[in-house]
Design a protein around this ligand. Structure first.
Ligand SMILES: NC(=O)c1ccc[n+]([C@@H]2O[C@H](COP(=O)([O-])OP(=O)(O)OC[C@H]3O[C@@H](n4cnc5c(N)ncnc54)[C@H](OP(=O)(O)O)[C@@H]3O)[C@@H](O)[C@H]2O)c1
Length: 278
């Protein structure tokens, strides 16, 4: 397999976790507000993927977007990360579970392909295991069958990625991680991604970094740029190469989050924010 071309990715991703019955309306609202990237998972415990599909269908019906305008991303989640509402037969092999899970995702989302299919998390916090290798191979087959355009991994450490590379596994097009300022905004994983041309998606940028969000430096940068502190953090994230996710449930915040794309921070401000924590 030749190296993957850089995927055409949106510059912001709307996350659909934890929205339950509000999922269809919030997905449609996010599209109306201008988001073109949608993240979900076939993990009913935290996501209502079929509700995302309902929101997409509503947006298609009203002419807001077409499928071709969108970047749809969903995930395969191992059984320990699920509740009883499984999208696969837990007695089947992992390869079959992947095939069943993506079939169910495509049905939920009303599409015959997703743009990115992500392993929600490796089976062990420490190592890239034989189970992960089996799942990854099954995901690669789905990609080769054009049921997904690209592959990703989530909740990974540098060690996982190095072990994938050492095993000569195909590297992902995307990494999606929680981004803690106190860990240098996931510095080590981001460096690996940069080196291997992997797009790094960051989530919990605001929720995991309240100490930075409320830091006087951020307040003063926000005041001088006439923005909100949240917009400063999102703009900073982009400046250090992170493709941000937001899961806001508020129309005004959706607008502000998208507008953060136009907030340009000078390099000194980026450096100063980096040194607030980690
Ligand atoms: N791979 C994984 O394991 C994993 C784990 C967690 C999340 N995710 C993905 O990442 C997505 C986003 O998750 P997240 O943790 O980053 O976000 P989130 O939990 O949905 O939280 C965003 C928070 O920031 C607030 N917010 C957003 N924009 C704001 C603004 N402009 N001003 C003030 N507050 C603002 C929101 O409040 P309001 O609602 O009031 O705006 C909300 O409290 C999820 O939906 C999911 O798709 C993936």
């Amino acid at each position: 397999m030749p190296p993957q071309p850089p995927p055409p990715v949106p510059d912001f991703i709307y996350g659909t976790a934890w929205k339950e019955d509000r999922t269809p309306a919030l997905t449609e609202l996010a599209l109306r507000m201008g988001f073109r990237g949608i993240d979900t998972a076939n993990q009913r415990r935290h996501y209502f993927e079929a509700g995302v599909g309902q929101g997409l269908a509503a947006a298609y019906r009203s002419g807001v977007v077409t499928r071709d305008d969108l970047f749809l991303q969903t995930k395969f989640t191992y059984q320990p990360g699920q509740d009883h509402r499984l999208p696969y037969d837990p007695t089947a092999s992992l390869s079959v579970q992947v095939a069943q899970s993506i079939t169910s995702s495509l049905d939920h989302l009303g599409t015959d392909y997703v743009d990115s299919y992500v392993l929600h998390g490796p089976s062990s916090n420490h190592d890239w295991t034989a189970a992960d290798a089996e799942v990854w191979e099954a995901m690669r087959k789905e990609r080769d069958a054009e049921r997904t355009r690209f592959l990703g991994v989530s909740n990974v450490s540098l060690r996982h990625l190095q072990q994938m590379a050492a095993a000569r596994a195909e590297l992902p097009a995307f990494v999606q991680n929680r981004c803690y300022a106190r860990l240098g905004w996931d510095r080590a994983v981001r460096a690996f991604c940069r080196e291997h041309k992997i797009v790094y998606q960051g989530f919990s940028l605001l929720t995991a970094n309240q100490e930075v969000l409320h830091h006087p430096l951020i307040a003063s940068l926000a005041a001088s740029a006439n923005t909100t502190p949240a917009q400063i953090i999102l703009s900073f994230a982009r400046a250090i190469g992170i493709l941000p996710l937001t899961g806001t449930t508020d129309a005004e915040h959706m607008k502000q989050d998208l507008a953060s794309r136009d907030v340009k921070l000078p390099p000194e401000a980026v450096q100063a924010i980096e040194s607030v924590a980690g």
